[in-house]
Design a protein around this ligand. Sequence first.
Ligand SMILES: Nc1nc2c(ncn2[C@@H]2O[C@H](COP(=O)(O)OP(=O)(O)OP(=O)(O)O)[C@@H](O)[C@H]2O)c(=O)[nH]1
Ligand SMILES: *[C@@H]1O[C@H](CO)[C@@H](O)[C@H](O)[C@H]1NC(C)=O
Ligand SMILES: *[C@@H]1O[C@H](CO)[C@@H](O)[C@H](O)[C@H]1NC(C)=O
Ligand SMILES: *[C@@H]1O[C@H](CO)[C@@H](O)[C@H](O)[C@H]1NC(C)=O
Length: 462
Amino acid sequence: MVGLRYSARKYFILLALFLTVIIGSWKIGRTSETIVFEPNDGFSGTVEVSRRPPEPPTWKKLKKWEDNLPQHNLSLPFPEGKTGRYVKFSNQIKQLGWNNVFNEVLMNAHLAYVSQRSYVFQDYYWKTDYYSWPASQFHDNPPRTPLNALISGPAAGGPWDEGDDAPRSISERWFDEVCPPNELRIVNTREVKLAVWNSPGIDMLNHWADFLRNAPERCLEIQPDSEHDMFPQIFDLWMWGSTRVLSLWDEFSKSPVSRLLGTSHVVKSAVDANEYLFRARGSRDPYQRMMAIHIRRGDYLEACYRLAYYNSTFYSWNLLPQFTDSFVVPSTMSWNSSEYTQFYLDRCYPEPQAILKKVREARKAYVDAGGENLDVMYLLTNAQGDWLAGMLSYLKKDGWNTIVTSKDLELTAEQTDVNMAIDMEFARKAAVFIGNGWSSFTSNIIHRRLVDGKTSLSIRLW
Ligand SMILES: Nc1nc2c(ncn2[C@@H]2O[C@H](COP(=O)(O)OP(=O)(O)OP(=O)(O)O)[C@@H](O)[C@H]2O)c(=O)[nH]1
Ligand SMILES: *[C@@H]1O[C@H](CO)[C@@H](O)[C@H](O)[C@H]1NC(C)=O
Ligand SMILES: *[C@@H]1O[C@H](CO)[C@@H](O)[C@H](O)[C@H]1NC(C)=O
Ligand SMILES: *[C@@H]1O[C@H](CO)[C@@H](O)[C@H](O)[C@H]1NC(C)=O
């Protein structure tokens, strides 16, 4: 078909972007050798063996709960039930870090919402390296976590606003019931995507929404064009890793998908169980006095070198212009010089003195603007042993009376499974948050903070 293949020039640009983004956010380059040399650091999100419950959870009850959602009922009137309109995005990215998946889940759910179709939610499929238990203990390969363990809200089947008659999201298991093969239209992304493959995010959204709204079939399944498109997502990594995403912010941040996004019951239970750690000094609301800092370590050093080599910008919402800590390389620095690379490392992989400096500056700016004094610190990290001990002693000297890290949490098997979402929840609630501009983990925390109404002054980037 004419126009299907990208022209050679476009392909070249795509390839350059591919390298940028892959290395920036995906770390597909992490080889088994890296893991052998850095047995702990290779597994950034996972809980150390000594802290990990012996068996991974089966999620039996939660799966049953999902199966029993009230919208899983053929008798419901339009736009739900057997006459309802549905869209399943089978091109959604799988087996990557949770946060690369999470931003796409939310944006697809918003797309389904504006298209007046029920969004089909799916389990989170782990990138096996990141799972907290070894392959010998997997219940499924790759391991899967029900979406409702990680989040709650309309994207995961929760209710819309009162009075909003949009169809609720359904599970992929229910999709097979309500959309039998003879009523299903399969759409390959190539049929729709090419027209907007390099457009501002908002144009991609509107183009797909028109298509999904106008398609007469009740049941649509979007399948990936894996043959021609390296990232066959609707909102793909080219978009998340560039300023094209920003045109979506206004609409997306006001969407009920964002406003009604909630914390899962599993995450909430872990926050409740561990919150006492932050009350060492008996304060009423520890979050009002809390700064949360996201420090990527271990494998991230390698990633930061590559981010510099490929001139990577910040990721997604970290690019929003209202933040004071934007990242612009001075034009006087020449690419791939040691000065240029160091400029990236200072921001991407800050050393303890730089971390302290930023923490002081962020605290001062917050207090000067009328914020409460901050003396509770939550340090979210994949850093190990010695490095962390050193960092903690510096912070203590700097007047942080209560310091808690990811390693201090006590978690059940279910909570261990979703440990990244628990860290993100503490970072969401803290008065001030400092994150890593290249990280999707940071970007999704920022999304929630802004939707919660937190100020841009309370959101800092190394
Ligand atoms: N608990 C916890 N997990 C983390 C932290 N930083 C990174 N991770 C996890 O480390 C794992 C590997 O990260 P990535 O593949 O990079 O995943 P990601 O969630 O998309 O995030 P980014 O790398 O930040 O873009 C993921 O499961 C992350 O959620 C942290 O501070 N705390
Ligand atoms: C399914 O929906 C119908 C119509 O609203 C309702 O009468 C019925 O009780 C529902 N079934 C279940 C199991 O909730
Ligand atoms: C990064 O920038 C330099 C200098 O502008 C350029 O030569 C190089 O091709 C760029 N690399 C990528 C992957 O865009
Ligand atoms: C970039 O810098 C590194 C380290 O100095 C060097 O080994 C490499 O050859 C350089 N690459 C290019 C394309 O200049």
